[in-house]
Design a protein around this ligand. Structure first.
Ligand code: HEM
Length: 454
């Protein structure tokens, strides 16, 4: 779009203070502050953060414009670049032609039919967890279900990537290395001062060591597979077998390593958070939980669910959708316009940050009645059809939409179904589960629960 004459300051927003800009307005609960900003200033709000301009767009039409219609004018935000030491040029961090090629190569591995072949991996890991919980249910012990879900989804994504290539000890080692490494990477994306990551601090040194060890493991598996020539049906095997339709090229070892690290990062914490919020919501809403249990009992009885069962559990699907509406793990999606743009008649300068937020748009009162209320009925097919497509975008949208959305939804459905078959999960009374935002939207202080065997 062409530039117009409206000055930058014309976009409404809170008055920035000297030096700190709008930090005080936005911190600590940035997600709630953005909900308030939309109420106070409207669908496009201007902030100043660290001497940079930030434009926050809350209307579904503008979300669509940024993520879909004019997506070629937008790169990822600055923060994600700081994850490059871990993720290299993987799908989350790369841009333009290189990203397009990698996405083309990776896409077939994430098709619904391919993902279906991973259902066994998902249910086997969940069965182990369910058995481990038995004594805890008997003794009435408290457990942090958020931590449990994090461990489970990490185990699942590790096995989905490498299947039997790792010994149980190596799976443990990958898990134990990955968790602190991801934490460190996320802290890095949020650090105000870039030089800190270059200092010889123990945390930086440890991350480097863990990263090198993981690289060793990943490169060893790739090498062994190249030598043996045997194709494997796991995600790594599918990525190794992928050929570019146009050029016939496949991924190099370094590209494969970058995608593996990216899938670790993108593929486990988000799904663990979806599950954690869902357990909190089901405990707060026993009527919804009862209906979910009935569906699971009716469709599955005692048997282990399969990929085909996912569509036979529509009410579970509606619950997960509503959970992702209220607590979208990827609560904010930042972008950087390459060229000047125009949104709602306002001039948006090149190089600033443009932010869209599932958390805020999922509460937009023009599109959601009683936005804070939990109601899975919002996701009947008719209700979905009648709503603006971008009033709801927990997986983003446009060409950079989450490649793992089917993976995540199948995993979450299977895990919730299997746990509902065996246990009732109840929050410990008196513990308020509140959201805090970092890179993702997490339950502050975990989700402590007790288990009751069914
Ligand atoms: C509930 C779970 C999940 C949520 C809420 C979620 C959310 C998102 C969102 C919003 C994006 C777009 C980011 C942007 O446009 O800047 C994204 C991208 C991505 N996600 Fe997910 N995700 C989830 C699970 C997964 C899983 C299970 C995997 C892999 C196994 C995965 C892999 C990826 C990758 C590789 C990208 C980058 C895609 C690209 O740019 O081509 N995600 N995810």
């Amino acid at each position: 779009m062409t530039a117009n004459t409206i000055p930058l300051t014309a976009v409404p927003g809170p008055k920035p203070l000297p030096l700190i800009g709008n930090l005080r307005y936005l911190r600590p609960d940035t997600h709630r502050a953005l909900v308030r900003a939309r109420e106070e200033y409207g669908d496009l709000v201007h902030f100043q953060v660290n001497n940079r301009h930030l434009y926050f767009a809350a209307h579904p039409e503008d979300v669509k414009y940024i993520l879909v219609d004019n997506n070629r004018n937008y790169h990822k935000g600055r923060g994600i670049q700081k994850a490059k030491p871990l993720l290299g040029e993987g799908l989350l961090t790369s841009e333009d032609d290189f990203w397009r090629r990698q996405r083309r190569l990776a896409q077939p591995a994430f098709h619904r039919q391919q993902i279906a072949s991973l259902a066994d991996t998902m249910t086997t890991s969940t069965a182990v967890l369910i058995d481990r919980w038995q004594p805890l249910a008997r003794s009435g012990a408290t457990l942090n279900v958020a931590e449990e879900m994090m461990g489970l989804t990490l185990d699942i994504v590790t096995k989905a990537l490498f299947s039997t290539a790792l010994t149980p000890e190596e799976i443990h080692e990958v898990g134990a290395s990955m968790a602190p490494l991801l934490r460190h990477t996320i802290q890095r994306t949020q650090a105000v001062f870039d030089f800190i990551e270059k200092l010889p601090l123990p945390s930086n040194r440890r991350s480097k060591q863990l990263g090198m060890r993981l690289d060793q493991i990943v490169y060893r598996i790739i090498e062994a597979r190249r030598q043996s020539g045997v194709e494997h049906a796991d995600l790594l095997g599918m990525l190794m077998a992928a050929r570019d339709e146009e050029t016939g090229e496949s991924m190099t070892d370094v590209h494969l390593r970058d995608e593996v690290m990216t899938l670790f990062l993108a593929g486990h914490e988000t799904t663990a958070l979806l599950l954690s919020w869902t357990w909190a919501l089901l405990s707060w809403h026993p009527d919804v939980r009862r209906r979910a249990q009935e569906e699971v009992d009716q469709v599955l009885g005692d048997r282990t669910p399969t990929a085909e069962d996912v569509t036979r559990l529509p009410y579970l699907g509606m619950i997960l959708s509503e959970s992702l509406r209220l607590y979208p793990p990827a609560w904010a999606i930042p972008r950087r316009p390459l060229a000047e743009d125009e949104i709602r008649g306002y001039r948006i300068p090149a190089g600033c940050t443009v932010l869209v937020s599932p958390y805020v748009t999922h509460r937009h009162p023009d599109f959601w009645e009683n936005p804070e209320g939990f109601d899975p009925e919002r996701f009947t097919s008719k209700a979905v059809k009648d709503r603006h497509r971008f009033a709801y975008f927990p997986f983003g949208g446009g060409p950079r939409i989450c490649i793992g959305n089917n993976f995540a939804l199948m995993e979450a459905t299977l895990v919730v179904a299997m746990i509902l078959q065996r246990y009732e999960i109840n929050l410990i009374p008196g513990h308020a589960v509140e959201a805090e935002v970092a890179f993702t939207l997490r339950p502050k202080n975990g989700v402590p629960v007790s288990l009751k065997a069914r």
